[in-house]
Design a protein around this ligand. Structure first.
Ligand code: HCA
Ligand code: CU
Length: 383
């Protein structure tokens, strides 16, 4: 099924700022916002202006860039925060309050009825102040909340008729794709409102959960570049793109400038002091590297045999590795051709055996393989 109607809420400048290594300067935030806008994300979520004076200045600066992406800021469910946020001129407010027993006890101490009353007071007030603001209400820790409590809160909020979007948050990364599907599907069915999914990756399900949310009819998914965020983070932008590519390549090509992903991942990695992991979706160093002889033969003949993602769609290229014991003679022949060496099949096969024998002894470099192939070519001319 091709997924078509969805928007990315890119939260590198909010959830991402909660990553251990993130200490963005205002200029870095501007760079990230511009790069995300160029990539084409629909919405950019910013840390609350209440967090610190610099945070407020940063929100104002990014709002002032007049990006194509809508600017949102993320605040607690209270009027003071909302007033400060509205004053920055953002396009939308993402309001959140915890509903799980743990958060009700240790975070704000409110009952479900009190949460509903507070939500009414704040949301109705915001809508009155700012009739055009994009208003979202979300419950924190949705998947550890009592389901009946959760439904009461969402239905009450939906009935207020003042929010554009409901958010569900897998705050501690415990949800499974089935659980996400069921909750999102129920909210869509019962309220008809837009639904956003925000999922942490503690148990490795963040991408699958985001995709399940979209399958269930979610309209918005939160991501951060490389997945950075609290603890081990949330759904990574590149990972969501990779997942969506499998069902909706044409939609992605239409909506986003995919060739910007590599730069984006590497820029943010550098800013937060980490490497892009070797196995990162699309932009990791080995994402398009083929090694075993059986694979390299097929990929050289027809890349789609072992590639579900076309590197060219992301401005990248594949890499065929031949300097190892699993190498195959078709790939070695391909390399000889690239070097302009006229080798017979017998020579290529002999060279392949020589590479394998050497690789059984020690690590072989690509340069050594090239030298070996040149030596076979010269020997061939002499004999
Ligand atoms: C957090 C809050 C949040 C909020 C998500 C949302 C979460 O714990 O910092 O507003 O949708 O994961 O619950 O990021
Ligand atoms: Cu979060």
């Amino acid at each position: 099924m091709a997924l078509d109607h969805f928007a990315i809420i890119e939260s590198t400048l909010r959830e991402g700022e909660q990553f251990s290594g993130a200490n963005f300067t205002q200029d870095q935030k501007v760079k990230i916002a511009l790069a995300l806008d160029e990539f084409g994300v629909e919405m950019i979520e910013l840390s609350s202006p209440v967090a610190s004076p610099q945070s407020e200045a940063d929100v104002r600066r990014i709002v002032g860039l007049n990006l194509n992406a809508k600017t949102l800021t993320h605040i607690r469910c209270n009027r003071d925060d909302a007033l400060r946020a509205l004053d920055t001129g953002v396009d939308g407010l993402d309001i959140v309050i915890g509903t799980s027993a743990a958060l009700r006890k240790h975070s704000h101490g409110k009952t479900i009825d009190e949460i509903i009353d507070l939500a009414r007071e704040v949301l109705v007030w915001v809508r009155h102040q700012a009739p055009d603001i994009i208003l979202r209400f979300s419950t924190e820790d949705s998947f550890r909340s009592n389901e009946a409590d959760l439904l009461r809160v969402y239905l009450a909020v939906a009935q207020m008729g003042v929010v554009n979007r409901l958010g569900v948050a897998d705050t501690v990364g415990i949800a499974t794709p089935n659980q996400v599907y069921n909750l999102v599907h129920m909210l869509r069915r019962l309220t008809g409102l837009d639904v956003e999914f925000h999922g942490h990756n503690d148990s490795g399900c963040a991408i699958a959960n985001a995709y399940a949310a979209l399958e269930a009819g979610a309209t918005h998914v939160d991501t951060t570049v490389l997945g950075i965020g609290e603890r081990n983070g949330i759904t990574p932008l590149g990972g969501l793109i990779a997942r969506l590519y499998m069902s909706s390549r044409d939609v992605l090509i239409r909506k986003y400038r995919l060739e910007k992903l590599y730069e984006l991942d590497h820029m943010v990695a550098e800013m937060v002091g980490v490497q892009v992991p070797f196995n990162n979706y699309i932009t990791g160093s080995t994402a398009f590297t083929h090694k075993a002889g059986i694979h390299t033969k097929a990929v050289l003949a027809a890349p789609e045999t072992y590639e579900s993602i076309r590197p060219e769609d992301f401005g990248l290229s594949r890499h065929v590795q031949i300097a190892h014991r699993l190498t195959g003679w078709n790939a070695v022949r391909n390399r000889a051709n690239e070097l302009g060496l006229a080798l017979t099949d017998t020579q290529v096969k002999a060279a392949t055996q020589a590479i394998k024998a050497l690789a059984d002894q020690r690590i072989v470099t690509p340069e050594e393989v090239d030298d070996m192939l040149r030596a076979y070519a010269i020997a061939g001319q002499v004999s």
